[in-house]
Design a binder for this molecule. Structure first.
Ligand SMILES: C[S@@+](CC[C@H](N)C(=O)[O-])C[C@H]1O[C@@H](n2cnc3c(N)ncnc32)[C@H](O)[C@@H]1O
Length: 421
């Protein structure tokens, strides 16, 4: 039996009643090497990668400034940790709360949006700053280790595996509108969405999805409209300042520092677009998202169709099958965010989520390879954990021993189903 992985599941039970933000996030990567009792971090090659808040980073500052800042931040950290002692009960200290870039490592790279953090120590500070030995697992490196960070590389858009061929965008996929699509009668992309635009118009505070749909057809590379077209909303990157934070019992999680209005796109789920059958014997990857758009549209398994009054014309779609046996099979493709991914990989499950999953087609019309985008299901106040319903079918997850695996859900909501799978 194949392992069922998160897909759109039951989140479509939450219709968007009425559809009523630039951020970067901190996520360092640490690759530990065990060398007998002593752990080391190889500085060169095994790089630590992170996305950072600009105000957490002081780059290339003079040595005096650097030391002063370091001390200030050390005190701030101590103060901060004493305030949040409760929250960090059970943690091994030190905990990395801030990361400083000193510009004193030969392999430091900072291209403004993305910083490659190369750890602490092992460089020749007196002579030429070159890396002369492996870094030890102490000081800042130890602080990162205590957060049990697992290595992954941040990618803003999906990476396609070598054996997956993404259909080319052709002229008949595109509309002929100029600059911004506004006429729902003449825009061919609007027509595919049931002769209307899926997003609220710009003059009404655009960029929010009006209702959850089986699939949203956005404008893409073959369209004549420009990048600012509202019908490209989910392609416009992160709008809200998102923060990866540590929970007491669910590991890492995601929240927003900004208010997010209902219907706003929060993040695409990025990772490597793979064939699902390649992952049949993979049991230790919690970051696989099955693209089950077609299955949801056809209520296959326990999936429920979207509550929308416009059905998608199948002539606009490719990748479907009329063969019952084939259609009952598990989704053919998935997004694997185990090694490459973005903030979305940190979003936990909730039985009463504040996000929902929306399949979006923009550069092609193959539903099996649709983009997976998370939208706000409600108005979400700042600092509230962001969650979606993983939609696992109970008893569908099997371990390497062939036995059904069960996982307790600890979302803590009133309607909690008590089991994740
Ligand atoms: C995609 S990851 C989410 C981020 C994860 N918390 C982390 O630390 O990287 C999914 C994993 O998070 C945990 N998780 C998420 N939601 C949960 C929930 N409601 N109850 C229990 N565990 C949950 C489970 O271990 C699950 O396999």
């Amino acid at each position: 039996m194949q392992q069922k992985r998160p897909g759109r599941g039951n989140d479509q039970k939450r219709p968007l009643d009425a559809v009523k933000g630039q951020g970067r996030e901190v996520r360092p990567r640490l690759q530990n090497k065990t060398d007998g009792e002593k752990e080391t971090v190889k500085s060169q090659g095994d790089r630590l990668r992170c996305m950072c808040y600009s105000n957490s980073i002081v780059d290339n500052c003079g040595k005096g400034t650097f030391l002063k800042l370091k001390e200030t931040l050390r005190l701030l950290n101590l103060h901060y940790l004493s305030l949040v002692k409760e929250e960090f009960l059970g943690y091994t200290f030190p905990i990395a709360a801030t990361m400083l870039l000193s510009g004193e490592y030969e392999d430091s790279v900072d291209d403004l949006l993305e910083v490659v953090y190369t750890g602490q120590g092992g460089n020749d500070l007196v002579f030429n700053y070159r890396q002369v030995k492996d870094q030890d697992m102490h000081l800042g490196n130890l602080a990162l280790k205590s957060l049990k960070l697992v290595g992954f590389t941040y990618i803003k858009s999906v990476k396609v595996a070598e054996n997956v061929i993404l259909p080319q965008s052709t002229a008949d996929h595109g509309c002929n509108c100029k600059r911004i699509c506004t006429n729902r009668r003449s825009c061919s992309c609007a027509k595919r969405n049931g002769s209307d635009f899926p997003y609220v118009r710009p003059r009404r505070g655009g960029g929010r999805l009006i209702e959850a749909k089986d699939v949203v057809f956005e404008c893409g590379p073959s369209c004549k409209c420009g990048p600012g077209c509202t019908n490209r909303t989910s392609q416009q990157g992160l709008k809200y300042q998102l923060e990866v934070f540590r929970t007491k019992d669910k590991g890492w999680a995601l929240r927003s520092l900004d208010f997010i209005p209902s219907g706003a796109p929060v993040s695409e789920y990025t990772g490597v677009l793979r064939r699902t059958d390649e992952l049949d014997n993979v049991y230790e990857n919690d970051f696989i998202f099955e693209i089950d758009c077609w299955h949801t549209m056809n209520e296959i398994g326990m999936r429920e169709k979207r509550l929308c009054n416009v059905s998608v014309s199948t002539s606009d779609l490719v990748g479907m099958t009329n063969n019952e046996e084939e259609s009952e099979r598990e989704p053919e493709y998935c997004i694997d965010a185990g090694v490459y991914g973005n903030v979305a990989r940190f979003i936990n499950h909730s039985c009463e989520p504040n996000l929902f999953v929306q399949c979006v087609l923009s550069s092609h019309h193959d539903v099996r390879l649709a983009r997976v985008v998370l939208f706000a299901a409600d108005d979400i106040p700042p600092m509230q954990e962001l969650t979606y319903d993983y939609g696992y079918e109970l008893d569908s997850v099997v371990g390497p021993d062939g036995k059904i695996k069960k996982m307790r859900c600890i979302c803590g909501t009133g309607d909690c189903r008590k089991r994740l799978y």
